[in-house]
Design a protein around this ligand. Structure first.
Ligand code: G1P
Length: 293
């Protein structure tokens, strides 16, 4: 049986308060990782996992995201006139390869509300949610992308599934934390309870929701009845609790490397890791780090 997931919602509407002052005028999702904005990595991950259609949920002050994925014919022809075909091609590729739609969240009412805005885009299909401020590298041991691992679980089980990672205790209050029964292997859980940003004392585990989800459309019914939760926002985590009460919801503990761009230390680590891989900066960065050491 095939349960092909071809659509993704990419929430990118948050104020990015943890990253002020830069986020006063630059969306967090547009912060550069060497020469690409964070959200471009998310879109590339989606494409490599077979997603064909993406809805980006934006909000006030997020025009830079729309501009980035739009055609830029004047820039492309300028580069071509200068003989910079490679760059022209790179710029063109950003707006090709996938069908991107935008919707604006008029009021900041949380992640659950942002996902809810995708209901008519999704229709009756299963879909992915990929947070626009989270970069997931393929797992070092398998080379498989984070979302792809979730899609494989969904293909096999038909159940909604979320990617989770163990976090150090002090980071627990920053994330949605899950508790569940081991389902198979060591890393697949059936969820019993999800808590949005609990205190360390209240957290049943240190398994934190890590920015990639695959849902059946039933999540929208749950979102309709979800009120305001932690932080006075409509929390996706609360709707997932409701979903888990109706039907099995799974969590897959990943080995994939995750960079939470809402967290300054993670952002800097991400920039550094990519600078150490980028062909134009790799050697200079290695030499610089050796000098610092
Ligand atoms: C959101 C979710 C949270 C999840 C986190 C991952 O929180 O509400 O459950 O763990 O993303 O980054 P936010 O970062 O929007 O505060």
């Amino acid at each position: 049986m095939t349960r092909g997931v071809r659509k993704a919602i990419v929430p990118a509407a948050g104020f990015g308060t943890r990253f002020l002052p830069i986020t006063k005028s630059t969306p967090k999702e547009m912060l550069p990782i060497v020469d690409k904005p964070v959200i471009q990595f998310v879109i590339e991950e989606a494409i490599s996992c077979g997603i064909e259609s993406i809805l980006i949920v934006t909000g006030r002050g997020k025009h830079a995201i729309e501009n980035h994925f739009d055609h830029a014919p004047d820039l492309e022809s300028h580069l071509e006139r200068q003989g910079k075909q490679d760059l022209a091609e790179q710029v063109r590729e950003i707006s090709e390869g996938v069908d991107i739609h935008f919707i604006r969240q008029k009021k900041q009412m949380g992640l659950g509300d942002a996902v809810r805005l995708g209901r008519s885009f999704v229709g009756e299909d299963p879909f992915a949610v990929m947070l626009g401020d989270t970069i997931i590298d393929p797992a070092p041991d398998t080379g498989i992308h984070g979302l792809k691992e979730l899609l494989d679980v969904f293909e096999e089980t038909g159940a909604s599934v979320v990617g989770v990672r163990r976090v150090p205790e002090e980071l627990i209050p920053r994330y949605g934390i899950v508790d569940g029964d081991v389902q198979s292997g060591e890393n697949l859980y059936r969820l019993k309870q999800l808590l949005e940003k609990p205190s360390i004392e209240d957290a049943p585990t240190n398994l934190a929701i890590a920015g990639r989800y695959v849902f059946t459309p039933e999540i929208f019914e749950c979102l309709e009845s979800t009120g305001f939760g932690a932080g006075g926002e409509v929390q996706l985590t609360d709707a997932m609790n409701e979903l888990a009460a109706r039907t099995p919801v799974l969590a897959l503990a990943w080995h994939a490397i995750r960079y939470d761009i809402g967290n300054k230390a993670d952002y800097v680590r991400c920039f550094l890791d990519y600078a150490l891989r980028h062909p134009e900066t790799r050697d200079a960065m290695r030499a610089y780090l050796a000098e610092l050491a």
